[in-house]
Ligand binder design. Structure first.
Ligand code: PRP
Ligand code: ADE
Length: 176
């Protein structure tokens, strides 16, 4: 914060029309990542929200989710688990196929990444249709993990992804 008041994270998100295809308004987080104060504020505000929540493991979704999940795991004193796109993880995996705002995909997690009953926080940069995070949730639950929270930097409320996450604790720092 400063004389100009608390830092507004949304000032550091850039809108790119028709990327990666016509009709999609892309919310570009790279200006926020590039600004040291904005990036720190985003991580610190997520950490503040989950401190004392008993989170044991932070799951990050490839690739933009990793940018937020790893420093958050560090601050919360948790381990970090990657959800990766198909074919990247070397050991035994569980996998889920899902539909995206643009295209389809398969995500995977190592079978030994989560222990039954473990309190897991799932982190991604952005909630659009909710397809990606639902797939990550399915992976965690296949392994018996307890989803204690789902966190985003940005939520595109007009795509109604939150409706797919009913019954879960969903938190976003910026809403459009
Ligand atoms: C983007 C974003 C989220 C997902 C959100 O990832 O980082 O993971 O889309 O969309 P959804 O809620 O409709 O599923 P993308 O698949 O573009 O991959 P990237 O992180 O590697 O850029
Ligand atoms: N991922 C899915 N939809 C997106 C959007 N509109 N902007 C940025 N990332 C996205």
């Amino acid at each position: 914060s400063s004389a100009s008041g608390p830092l507004r994270l949304e000032d550091w998100i850039r809108d790119i029309p028709d990327f990666p295809q016509k009709g999609v308004l892309f919310r570009d987080i790279t200006p926020l990542l590039q600004n040291p104060e904005a990036f720190r504020a985003a991580i610190d505000r997520l950490a503040a929200h989950y401190s004392g929540a008993g989170i044991q493991t932070v799951v990050g979704v490839e690739s933009r989710g990793f940018i937020f999940a790893a420093p958050l795991a560090y601050l919360l004193g948790c381990g970090f688990v990657p959800v990766r796109k198909f074919g990247k993880l070397p050991a035994k995996t569980v996998s889920v196929e899902y539909a995206l705002e643009y295209g389809t995909n398969i995500v995977e997690m190592h079978t030994d990444a989560i222990k039954p009953g473990e309190r897991v926080l799932i982190v991604d940069d952005l909630l659009a249709t909710g397809g990606t995070v639902s797939a990550a949730m399915e992976l965690v639950e296949k392994l018996g993990g307890h989803i204690a929270g789902i966190a985003f930097l940005v939520e595109l409320t007009y795509l109604k992804g939150r409706e797919r996450l009913k019954g879960y604790d969903v938190f976003a720092l910026i809403k459009y």
